[in-house]
Design a protein around this ligand. Structure first.
Ligand code: CAA
Length: 263
């Protein structure tokens, strides 16, 4: 069931090992106000420290994943208040504190900070009709939650420049073609079912291997190729020290299903 401690999100465990966070501020199309982000961070930290949770799904409604940072909250901000409070920095907790894999299931609007939030996930699934974009230029500002960096890494400079300078949106179908989304689905129902299935699949693997896999792929966004390949090899070597490597390869040899120990 949903958790009454939260006002702007719902937290559920829809499948074994899967934690789901549903952004739930429908009157503002899930605009990402500071109180909403505070709740999101609390829920993520709770899932991170709950041993039974092995994969996390972040979603919104059919109509909106999130329509951006809260424009009404931002409108009166000054440089000094934004700077001194490091406005938006806490959104990055998603990428810095979360070691468990996070899938964003995106339907409807994923604009501005909503697009950026999705880009912080480890993987995006979306509907073909999802509406992604960085429209900040239309508001006299620029992306502020990593959009200029993560979108550019995802689609390359040419497309990122066009999208960020014009504020034009792109569809879920394009997101899949351009490699922003891992997959785009024909209906909302299919999106949610396939997102849950993928989360459940990941939740069925060794926690140690899953955390290592996420870590090495994310390092590819930070390191040059030589350092990245070396980092991967070190972590690969380290996994020979895990019980689950022995169990996984042993189970293969014995033609049986592996029983992960998460050690
Ligand atoms: N912040 C605050 N409120 C928002 C919002 C936002 N980002 N997006 C939508 N809302 C509110 C609307 O104000 C409206 O509230 P009222 O009923 O009180 O007027 C309600 O949500 C419904 O919105 P619309 O009536 O506009 O719905 P629509 O279906 O006609 O249009 C939309 C949908 C195209 C997404 C439109 O709402 C829109 O353009 N929203 C703003 C998108 C945007 O510019 N996002 C970027 C924000 S800046 C940012 O995110 C900075 C950053 O990089 C971190």
């Amino acid at each position: 069931g949903s958790n009454p401690q939260y006002e702007f999100i719902q937290v559920t465990e829809p499948r074994p090992g899967v934690g789901q966070i549903t952004l739930n501020r429908p009157k503002a199309l899930n605009a990402l106000s500071t109180p909403l982000i505070t709740e999101l961070n609390t829920a993520l930290l709770t899932f991170q420290s709950t041993p039974s949770i092995r994969a996390i799904l972040l979603t919104g409604s059919q109509k909106a994943f999130a329509a951006g940072a809260d424009i009404k909250e931002m409108a009166p901000l000054t440089f000094s208040s934004a700077y001194l409070n490091s406005f938006i920095e806490s959104w990055s907790n998603l990428t810095t504190t979360l070691k468990k894999p996070l899938i964003a299931a995106v339907s409807g609007h994923a604009l501005g900070g909503g697009c950026e939030l999705a880009l912080m996930a480890d993987m995006i699934y979306c509907t073909k009709t999802a509406n992604f974009g960085q429209p900040e230029i239309k508001l006299g500002t620029i992306p502020g939650a990593g959009g200029s960096q993560r979108l550019t890494r995802a689609v390359g400079k040419a497309k990122a420049m066009e999208l960020i300078l014009t504020g034009k949106s792109f569809s879920g179908e394009e997101a899949e073609q351009w490699g922003v989304a891992a997959r785009a689905f024909g209906s909302y129902e299919e999106l949610m079912e396939e997102s849950l299935k993928t989360a459940e699949t990941i939740a069925g693997y060794s926690k140690v291997a899953v955390q290592a896999a996420k870590e090495v792929v994310n390092k590819s966004q930070e390191l040059g190729l030589r350092d990245g390949v070396e980092f991967e090899r070190r972590v690969f070597h380290a996994l020979f020290g895990s019980e689950d490597q022995k169990e996984g390869m042993g189970a293969f040899g014995e033609k049986r299903k592996a029983q992960w120990k998460d050690q």
